[in-house]
Design a protein around this ligand. Sequence first.
Ligand code: NAD
Ligand code: DAU
Length: 351
Amino acid sequence: MTKSILITGGAGFIGSHIVRYFVEKYPDAHIINLDKLTYAGNLENLRDVENCPNYTFIKNDIVEEQTMFRIFEQYQFDYVIHLAAESHVDRSISNPNSFVITNIVGTINLLNAARNIWKDNMEEKRFYHVSTDEVYGSLGTTGYFTEETKYDPRSPYSASKAGSDHLVKAYFHTFNMPVVLSNCSNNYGSYQFPEKLIPLFINNIRQNKPLPVYGKGENIRDWLWVGDHARAIETILLHGKVGETYNIGGNNEWKNIDLIRLLCKIMDKKLHRPDGESEKLITFVKDRAGHDLRYAIDSSKLQNELRWKPSLQFEEGLEKTVDWYLHNQEWLDRIVSGDYLKYYEEQYKNR
Ligand code: NAD
Ligand code: DAU
């Protein structure tokens, strides 16, 4: 493949996995990672590929419309894989506006910039919008989200992602923009910012800090290894039907409290602590406002039409994930201490 591929948000958790996957698998493609480097963006996530000849990093904010137009004109991207977003539900409760600005305004800027350079030749192009299952709202104890499930977002985060999904679909219908979308369940794996459940709790357990379980811990999430998300994105980008949405999920539902107990057990083993030691850190706290009860994805469209399926069993994936964080405690320390931006500046000053 010899395409020029823009990946937005490539310094974040999922984005860094996508960038690495494409840089390594497609040496003849040019992978351009554009990221604002918010608190969640960390170029240290990409140390292993940053010197590859087919990789370029651009520090920019997708909200800056004119700069985005210039960048699109300069690089003439064939494909856009759009991941840049404010991604954390709790932050959207305390600061909703930044979610509207990045997730909605940022997305329309990218759509406009793509439309501007692709207007005479859209056929071979792709605008891939990476979205979330949270746009579908909250399930009861039964049922699954399908691609036909009505949108019913309940947090400012999911409402902003729903808004961006609608814009992407509107550009397909109104302007024939060659879009594909996916709505994925909760990802886990290496390089995830330790504000999200799994890396936060790994970090707290190693530091003997309380584990704040929201409500009674009865909410359910469908967990997918981030490497399987990367393969799904590749499959949909290259083989998905223009204008279509694909749900991506792990078929792997866990009640939070059960997942947390499993994590505690793995951490006891890895840290050579007596059985049950880490569980003592569990602290039930006030529930998240508007906390969605259950997400569960029906990914049969992706599995049947495009032949994707998850590869990693959750217990194995979680243990590998714990191993990664314990072998990369300096990465965690720098983030937790807020020193990673300073670290990045120092590293880059000497290049
Ligand atoms: P993340 O918070 O780890 O990373 C987001 C990245 O976007 C960061 O590198 C950040 O610097 C960058 N960014 C933020 N605002 C920007 C802006 N204005 N301009 C340019 N860059 C900006 O997020 P993540 O968990 O990797 O999620 C990536 C995408 O996948 C998001 O669109 C999210 O909605 C979606 N998603 C995430 C999950 C999940 O479980 N994490 C599941 C489904 C979908
Ligand atoms: O479903 C996909 C979504 O998954 C993505 O779109 C979001 O970007 C991503 O952040 C994630 O959202 P969640 O809110 O499900 O993830 P989080 O890790 O914040 O929380 C997972 C569950 O754990 C949720 O039910 C809330 C609970 N929780 C979370 C934290 C951070 C706790 O009980 N305590 C905590 O401290």
